[in-house]
Design a protein. Structure first.
Length: 160
């Protein structure tokens, strides 16, 4: 590895680490406050008819699938993180969008994994709806995973 590519590799690694740590910090901090100050299943309306803060303890995955399969979800999360780390190590320095996406996805996956390990469930609290039509509650880790996934898809679609 020449000096220029080594510098780029180190910069890319730092970018990914910083993103992962920021996502983890903000996710865990927001979940701490949600769990401490909100009452389970009680909504606080921020934008009437559109956005509430509602504490949910989610024992499943996205959209309520695999409810009560915490050990399986922990295993899937660990394997996913290992794969993402391997992909991240092999792609570092290639494109800042890929590195940013991997940092967002890894940070979000790690945030939800921490919840599953220490609580047995994921703390969700962002509750969007249009009157009685609800999107399932989610958290900052989920948002980070979705944004990172969109970045990756955009990258792969536009860089054939």
């Amino acid at each position: 590895m020449n000096e220029k590519s080594l510098k780029m590799h180190n910069f890319s690694a730092r970018r990914i680490y910083i993103i992962v740590l920021c996502v983890l910090f903000l996710d865990q901090l927001s979940k701490y406050f949600a769990n401490k100050y909100l009452i389970l299943h009680k909504s606080v309306s921020l934008i009437d008819g559109f956005f509430d803060i509602t504490l949910i303890h989610n024992t499943g995955a996205a959209f309520g699938i695999l409810i009560e399969h915490t050990i399986l979800l922990i295993c899937i999360s660990v394997v996913s993180l290992i794969v993402l780390i391997i992909v991240g190590l092999s792609s570092m320095g290639r494109d800042p969008y890929v590195n940013t996406a991997l940092g967002l996805i890894c940070g979000g996956a790690a945030g939800n994994l921490i919840d599953r390990i220490f609580h047995g469930f994921v703390i969700d609290f962002l509750d969007f709806h249009i009157h009685n039509y609800h999107w399932p509650a989610f958290n900052l880790a989920d948002s980070s995973i979705c944004i990172g996934t969109v970045f990756l898809l955009w990258y792969f679609v536009t860089n054939k």
